[in-house]
Design a protein around this ligand. Structure first.
Ligand SMILES: NC(=O)C1=CN([C@@H]2O[C@H](COP(=O)(O)OP(=O)(O)OC[C@H]3O[C@@H](n4cnc5c(N)ncnc54)[C@H](O)[C@@H]3O)[C@@H](O)[C@H]2O)[C@@H](O)CC1
Ligand SMILES: [K+]
Length: 505
């Protein structure tokens, strides 16, 4: 499990650890890991051109000490200081002693005129443009509220340069705790983070600014609490959670999932939700609704009933909503059941909110940002910008587990606790019907006995992997292909020997 901790928790752990170590030891650990990562990215350190963007705090100190290490190996290192009088003194001295140089980043006063806010000093643009490596030590976990104006042109110049951009701890300008990016921020090719991941490194939009993330061990782990603020499942975690039938299992012991989906107008949603459900490990899939013929034609193994959900026979979990159109009755009926219920798509719009809150069996809501905005009474843009607070609020407000879809899908439980972020997502999954497959898959795992947080996060994991594998070398995929690929990725996850395509999850 990959975990991330909030700034407040990281600070407390650092204080504990620092109290046991000689002055400055922690920063040396950080700088040494940072320098090693930079050297690796440069390939050849000797003769390379390195520019350090240095803010007024310890984040800048890390950059300066790492720059000193690179300078000792023959790199030409220049530090651009955003606040020359408040630069980390030890770091600056180390850089100079190693042969590096430092200069002011901001535009100085010219001919008696005051410097414009946000202007850069002469030669700075050229330095950044010609650099092989730019190290972003403007601000780390001490930052808030987006980049200050003086730092903005440096972020813009770094983006335009061909240099590899490495962020120290976090890309400057992103919110460490939430992944929000308000205004300009540094876009890094890689981020070297210390002690633990910060939530923003795993959640979009900030995750995109971080590039590939590398964690440097500075000995913080024993000082962090056992419960993280954010968790990302990895192969081994998912393998341990996936249901596997025992010798004495029959279809009923493996769980029956009911799917109440589709309509005369949208039969495809029913077919896709059933296809997801058939691949989620439940012993049987029961379909209820007006698209029975289409479902049977495609998946003859489905148990189809024509009547209402309450007459369909026992299930261990329900999925309700995909493609049901305006049939509020079916949503009401399913919500009145005493088994776990997943509500998706039209179901989210039609569900009686008081009925959702009043349920005693687990409820799992699976909105995309637009549906989440409607449930929260806010705008889609607000949800997209602040996904972590949004998913927490949804879960708390509805007393439900909430899965917020997106490139970094988030899952929050109703009683607080760590939020799960899915590391396997791919933009190829933004395709019609993909959400229906996810609902079926998660519902099937619910019926198989996983709790709502696990069912949702395991489903998102498998679904994301299936999307990646089906998309292969970057071709678009349909939702049916995603469903059909779930069995393969399930085998790979359980087998443990699967080599993930390219990506850093
Ligand atoms: N505390 C520790 O034990 C360790 C800290 N380390 C480094 O120290 C960093 C935290 O250092 P600090 O607490 O000094 O804080 P930072 O260096 O992250 O930032 C604080 C400074 O940045 C300025 N600032 C705040 N918001 C800004 C914004 N939006 N735009 C531009 N400037 C802004 C403030 O004026 C303040 O002086 C970590 O991110 C990490 O890089 C590492 O050396 C590892 C050990
Ligand atoms: K930084």
């Amino acid at each position: 499990m990959r975990s991330a901790y909030s700034v407040e928790t990281v600070r407390a752990a650092e204080r504990e650890l620092m109290a046991r170590l000689p002055e400055g030891a922690l920063m040396q650990r950080a700088a040494s890991g940072l320098a090693a990562a930079c050297a690796e990215l440069l390939g050849r350190v000797y003769g390379s051109r390195v520019v350090l963007l240095v803010g007024s705090g310890d984040n800048g100190g890390d950059a300066l000490y790492a720059g000193a290490r690179l300078a000792r190996r023959g790199a030409g290192v220049t530090a651009l200081l955003l606040a020359p009088e408040r630069t980390h003194p030890g770091g600056l001295a180390a850089l100079r002693a190693a042969g590096g140089s430092a200069r002011e980043a901001a535009g100085g006063a010219l001919d008696g005129r005051a410097a414009e806010d946000g202007a850069v000093a002469a030669g700075v643009a050229e330095l950044i443009r010609r650099a092989d490596l730019v190290v972003d030590g403007i601000v780390g976990i001490g930052g808030s509220g987006g980049l200050r104006p003086a730092a903005v042109p440096l972020a813009v110049l770094a983006r335009a340069s061909d240099a590899v951009v490495v962020a120290v701890d976090l890309p400057s300008g992103v919110e460490a705790d939430s992944g929000e990016v308000r205004g300009e921020a540094v876009r890094a090719d890689a981020t070297v983070t210390f002690g633990t991941h910060k939530p923003g490194l795993l959640i979009d939009p900030a995750r995109e600014y971080a590039g590939a993330t590398r964690l440097v061990d500075i000995g913080l782990r024993p000082h962090l609490p056992p419960t993280a603020d954010l968790e990302a499942l990895q192969h081994a975690d998912v393998a341990a959670l996936l249901p596997s039938p025992a010798a004495e299992s029959d279809k009923y012991r493996r769980g029956v999932v009911g799917v109440a989906a589709g309509s005369a107008r949208y039969p495809g949603a029913a077919v896709l939700a059933v296809s997801g459900a058939l691949h989620g490990g439940a012993g049987a899939v029961r379909y209820v609704g007006p698209a029975g013929d289409a479902v049977i034609a495609r998946f003859p193994e489905t148990l189809v009933s024509a009547g209402p959900p309450s007459k369909a026979g026992r299930v261990q979990a329900w999925v309700v909503g995909p493609g049901v159109g305006d049939d509020a009755g079916v949503v009401d009926e399913v919500l009145a059941s005493d088994v776990p219920v997943l509500v998706d798509a039209d179901g989210l719009r039609l569900a009686d909110r008081a009925a959702v809150r009043a349920r005693t069996a687990p409820t799992l809501l699976t909105p995309h940002a637009g549906e989440a905005a409607a449930l929260l009474g806010t705008s889609r843009e607000e949800v997209e910008a602040a996904r972590l607070p949004a998913v927490r609020e949804l879960a708390a407000r509805y007393g439900a587990t909430a899965l917020l879809k997106g490139s970094t899908t988030l899952v929050a439980g109703p009683d607080g606790g760590p939020v799960r972020v899915n590391p396997t997502g791919t933009p190829w999954l933004a395709t019609a019907g993909s959400g229906d497959v996810l609902s079926g898959l998660a519902g099937s795992l619910l019926a198989g006995g996983l709790d709502a947080l696990d069912a949702a996060s395991v489903a998102a994991y498998l679904h994301g992997l299936a999307g990646r594998v089906a998309a292969g070398e970057g071709a678009p995929v349909g939702a049916s292909e995603v469903a059909a690929t779930v069995a393969r990725v399930w085998r790979d996850v359980v087998g443990g020997g699967w080599a993930a395509p390219s990506a850093g999850y």
